[in-house]
Write a protein that binds this ligand. Structure first.
Ligand code: GLA
Length: 762
């Protein structure tokens, strides 16, 4: 509901209230964003500047309430007495936009610029501010758990209007906050940083041309002391995939200014008379229930209003991707062999990654071309796709349509299609980007990708993009508009194709891409221990249904870490499960383990992909829980173990305290080779740890690891129940968890039907 009474605007849902008022100077003054409350609270919430502060510039002489620098605002300008950062900059002019009119409509107001938009808003407020003939339209769309804002600058004057900055929103929140943001690099995405926002300004921005693995657009402001379950937390994110910018600045008076939008670095646009410019939508979220509550709101929003409708709450297939197993070295026979093996393991979708077109036998050639490499695939794409679908699997294909190698037919024919500037071209992974601001380039991509998609039974596409842009500012924005157009033209007529975004892993994991691709490849780093960090930190902003999470080989390609297969599976369960390793080298014990993993995942796929996700990690171990109300699954992951480990408890949250639950651990087994020379303590005969006998046994047989199977009340589980001890030396028994470094378990917690259990009455 959105109401306006006596100049007070109240945007209200079940979860939050957002209030501001138009003050006597026609300036929109922010009042509250947080717990639902009454419109009549406006006066109580408003800032009271009293006699004001010295050197204050007043819009109205003698009225301290008109000091723009000292009151919380919904928007601001420059050169008019507010010396905090401005959300809008006109070239060579001050900005002073004042309230003109407003309207409230049911639903969302469609965007006009081709930017992606959150679907099915509840209500929208359009607030029109004006400075002479220039209008600024601020849009506020309510969704049950979040508020979405954007701005449109409209030149209604008779002269061109140049501007260099336009944020999607600006707001001043009373209070002091800590800022949590996510930074990283290739294969080390989403490292969490927390810092106090004090005087001065904290900026989170990228100029890489993508939302980037360097500085993720989503961030939080939390009251000091906020935890996973408690405290006020604000979350912000942008529905945009290119250069973003956000700043947070605390004023002396204790107001925290937040703004987010397109990065103004090198940005400049001139609007002809009658033209308008629209910003991307920004998402604002509040929770009084800590970081966990805030993530729940974001997850709900992404699942309901961001991912394409055709894929909303739809099961994601267990896939096999040939990349880490084959790289460029494959032919049809090898792929079919892998597909048969993947099918036996239970995989539902076979994905052919890079290397199927042109002269793409390495990463120095072929990008830009779409002719199927007949040496590798003599039956063409449809020949391969038919054979795979005959096996009872779906077939998917990799593309990198935005890029071109100089060694390609396309580049030889159209060198001017590459995105370059007046300098020498700068290569990254031996490629250049295509200039998606050119209509002929967009047509080429749409025609060629569509042709391939229609030439064979293809039900999944991995859309990759493997380099930063070297263009700047406005060009980058126009490029991303070009990309959105291309994605719309290819995939809107083909809604059944499951699109997975990718950009050297997570270089473009953002809400803009999620509007087209229901899932995104989180990182090229598939090391499960690294993935604990990457997936946990992505979970602050995005639901598990959006994470491409694959089991790969050990020792791992990026870390050399040798993580047990059980843990590799257990980590990947908490996302969209896939396998990405050479299946030919699997031992029979590994095949057995993978079959069990896939079967377990399929049985609980809804909960893993769409259940309520909770972070229960402590400094020592990572703990994740997913729940659908009746069934709960907890993953408990260790990193480095210590000698003489102490007790460990399992804590399950969100249970009915009066009900009884059955707790059972997913069955796990131990590789005999794990014990090396220690085998002498249990083997009846002396065996060489390096000998053929032990190796043969290791490849074929496993030993059961200590599991759990008990019932307990919701109350006890919420308190924490004791688990079997971890291995601490002294031998093997199923009464312990015989796990070394990087061990893990997954526990299934199910309500016991009432007639079987005892109900505890208060
Ligand atoms: C990128 C992707 C990988 C893989 C390769 C293929 O690095 O992130 O998953 O598709 O490209 O070249």
């Amino acid at each position: 509901m959105i109401t306006v009474e006596n100049g007070v605007y109240h945007l209200k849902t079940k979860h939050y209230s957002y209030l501001f008022r138009i003050n006597d100077q026609n300036v929109p003054e922010h009042l509250h964003f947080g717990a639902p409350l009454l419109t009549s609270d406006a006066d109580a919430l408003a800032c009271k500047p009293g006699l004001g502060w010295g050197t204050a510039v007043l819009l109205e002489e003698g009225n301290t309430k008109s000091c723009l620098n000292a009151i919380p605002l919904e928007w601001s300008g420059s050169g008019r007495g507010d010396f905090r950062e401005t959300p809008v900059e006109l070239c060579d002019a001050a900005t002073d936009f004042r309230f003109e009119s407003s309207r409230i409509v049911t639903g969302s107001v469609p965007m006009r610029s081709g930017l992606p938009q959150a679907r099915n808003g509840l209500h929208t407020l359009e607030l029109v501010l004006a400075q002479g003939d220039v209008k600024l339209r601020l849009y506020y769309t309510t969704f049950e758990t979040v508020l979405v804002r954007r701005a449109v600058l409209e030149n209604s004057s008779a002269h061109p209007l140049a501007f260099s900055k336009l944020m999607s929103f600006c707001v001043d929140l009373p209070g002091s906050y800590e800022m949590t943001s996510f930074h990283g690099t290739w294969s080390a995405e989403m490292r969490l940083h927390r810092q106090k926002v004090t005087g001065g300004k904290v900026v989170n921005e990228t100029t890489m041309g993508s939302s980037s693995n360097n500085h993720h657009p989503g961030f939080f402001l939390s009251e000091p002391g906020a935890t996973e379950q408690n405290g006020n937390v604000y979350g912000f994110n942008l529905i945009y995939s290119a250069n973003h910018y956000a700043s947070v600045q605390q004023s002396y008076q204790g107001l925290t200014r937040v703004m987010q939008g397109i990065n103004p670095a090198n940005f400049r646009k001139t609007l002809a008379p009658g033209e308008a410019f629209e910003t991307p939508e920004a998402v604002l979220c509040w929770s009084g229930e800590g970081f966990g509550g805030m993530s729940g709101h974001f997850h709900d929003f992404v699942n309901r209003h961001i991912v394409p409708e055709a894929w909303q709450f739809r099961d994601r297939p267990v896939l096999y991707n040939d990349w880490e197993g084959c790289m460029f070295d494959f032919n049809q026979a090898r792929l079919l062999d892998l597909a048969k093996r993947a099918k036996r393991l239970g995989c539902e979708l076979f994905v052919l990654d890079d290397g199927w077109f042109g002269d793409r036998n390495h990463d120095k050639a072929g990008l830009g071309d779409y002719n199927v490499n007949k040496k590798k695939l003599p039956g063409g794409m449809d020949g391969l796709a038919n054979k795979i679908t005959e096996l009872g699997m779906q077939f998917g294909l990799w593309f990198e349509p935005e890029a071109v190698n100089p060694d390609s037919e396309l580049f030889r024919a159209h060198p001017d299609w590459a995105l370059t500037d007046e300098f020498e071209p700068l290569y990254c992974r031996h490629e250049l980007l295509l200039d998606l601001t050119k209509p002929e380039v967009r047509d080429y991509i749409v025609e060629n990708v569509s042709r391939v998609l229609d030439s064979a039974k293809i039900s999944y596409v991995k859309w990759d993009m493997n380099r930063p842009t070297v263009a700047v500012g406005t060009k980058v924005h126009d490029y991303i508009l070009g990309l959105y157009e291309v994605l719309r033209r290819i995939f809107e007529p083909r809604p059944e194709i499951l699109l997975e975004g990718c950009s050297s892993g997570g270089n473009r994991f953002d809400l803009g891409m999620l509007c087209f691709s229901p899932q995104i490849w989180c990182s090229d780093d598939t090391d499960p221990i690294e993935r604990l960090t990457i997936q946990e930190n992505l979970s602050y902003l995005y639901p598990q249904s959006t994470f491409g999470a694959h089991v790969s080989a050990a020792p791992h390609a990026q870390t050399l870490r040798n993580t047990p297969l059980t843990t590799r599976g257990n980590v990947s369960f908490f996302g969209c499960l896939g396998y990405e390793l050479d299946l030919k080298h699997l031992l029979s014990v590994e095949e057995t383990e993978i079959k069990a993993q896939v079967a377990f995942y399929k049985e609980h796929r809804r909960i893993f992909q769409y259940g309520t996700f909770r972070r229960l990690s402590d400094g020592e171990k990572t703990v994740w829980q997913v729940s659908d109300g009746q069934t709960h699954i907890t993953g408990l992951f260790h990193k480095l173990v210590h000698a003489a480990p102490g007790y460990e408890r399992l804590r399950v949250v969100g249970l009915d305290k009066n009900r009884v639950y059955h707790v059972v651990s997913r069955e796990q087994s131990l590789r005999i080779g794990l014990f090396g020379e220690l085998i002498k303590h249990v083997a009846p005969v002396s065996l060489s740890p390096h000998g053929v006998v032990l190796r043969t046994v290791d490849h074929r047989m496993t030993m059961p690891d200590g599991g759990e199977d008990f019932t307990a009340s919701g109350s006890a589980l919420n308190t924490g129940v004791m688990l079997k001890p971890l291995f601490g030396g002294g031998g093997y028994t199923t009464d312990q968890r015989t796990q070394g470094d990087f061990g893990s378990n997954v526990y299934l917690i199910k309500e016991v039907p009432l007639h079987e259990g005892t109900e505890h009455k208060k």
